[in-house]
Write a protein that binds this ligand. Structure first.
Ligand code: AMP
Length: 270
């Protein structure tokens, strides 16, 4: 695996890899098995795989965890070396430098709901950096996890709207044995918070089962779905969660919940 720390090194690598098909996986590091599953998918579609690790300041709000976001590049490099990764791009762009690149706005219909309601400007920061990395790397494929389902939909829309020459592939959510969606932020959960966090997936599963049953019967759909969601919202709140949202979109239930101050997101198809 070649490690590319800056634009010059990326340009030089591009001369080597441009004859191959390229799959690109953008990450913010603190890698876990969920990220590594994206690498397997990348290798199944392309000849060369490029992973990026960059904690993007543009997608963090002023009161969010940019400075506390977990970073451990040496551990990440070792994990990546256990997989077939051809290049790791880990630039150290500053926020000021990034404010000079082309700033994009995420499709408001998709970006103003769910996480976007709680993280103003977050998805603008995401599409800006993803588009910039697409311009720099010129991949044929880019792999995104369904864990960040809203992000996936927003990136797909950006690629369509700008007619970008990259195929977006979705990868399934990888979970801990307990069902908790793997996340870099899970390291912040204490043992007791983790046990509580496990309720997210358990409740998503039973909500999904209840909603599927209603969909099959097709009676007063939206009201019934909302009633189920409301009852689970209350259940979560009673067991000490702070709920940013639980909503139904794209035939999925999506949730953002805070467990002892740690913000976790998850989703499930119905
Ligand atoms: P992040 O480093 O959190 O920005 O994530 C980088 C990529 O990995 C995104 O496309 C995420 O959706 C994906 N990802 C994160 N967690 C998981 C997971 N548990 N399963 C599958 N993909 C994931």
């Amino acid at each position: 695996m070649r490690i590319l720390y800056n634009l010059e090194e990326l340009e030089a690598a591009k001369n080597e890899y441009k004859q191959y098909s390229i799959a690109f996986i953008p990450t913010m590091g603190a890698l876990h098995a969920g990220h590594l599953s994206l690498i397997d998918k990348a290798n199944s579609v392309a000849e060369k795989v490029i992973v990026s690790i960059f904690v993007n300041p543009l997608q963090f709000g002023p009161n969010e965890d940019f400075s506390q976001y977990p970073r451990d590049i040496d551990r990440d490099i070792n994990l990546l070396k256990s997989k077939k990764v051809d290049y790791l791009f880990c630039p150290n762009f500053t926020k000021d430098e990034l404010l000079k690149i082309k700033q994009l706005q995420a499709e408001p219909k998709l970006a103003d709901i769910l996480c976007g309601k709680f993280r103003k400007g977050h998805f603008d920061g995401v599409v800006t950096i993803v588009n910039y990395f697409f311009e720099l790397i010129e991949p044929d494929y880019a792999i995104f996890g369904e864990k960040d389902y809203q992000q996936l939909k927003i990136i797909e829309t950006m690629v369509n709207n700008l007619s970008l020459n990259v195929k977006i592939l979705a990868a399934e959510i990888l979970r801990e044995e307990s069902g908790l969606a793997m996340s870099s932020r899970n390291v912040y959960l204490s043992q007791s918070s983790r046990i509580k966090a496990d309720e997210i997936y358990k409740n998503l599963c039973s909500m999904s089962a209840e909603i599927s049953k209603i969909l099959a019967g097709d009676i007063e759909l939206n009201k019934k779905i909302q009633r189920i969601i409301d009852s689970y919202k209350e259940k979560f709140i009673n067991s000490g969660f702070e709920i940013d949202y639980i909503e139904y979109h794209w035939s999925r239930i999506l949730i953002a919940a805070r467990v002892d101050g740690v913000r976790l997101i998850d989703n499930i198809g119905v």
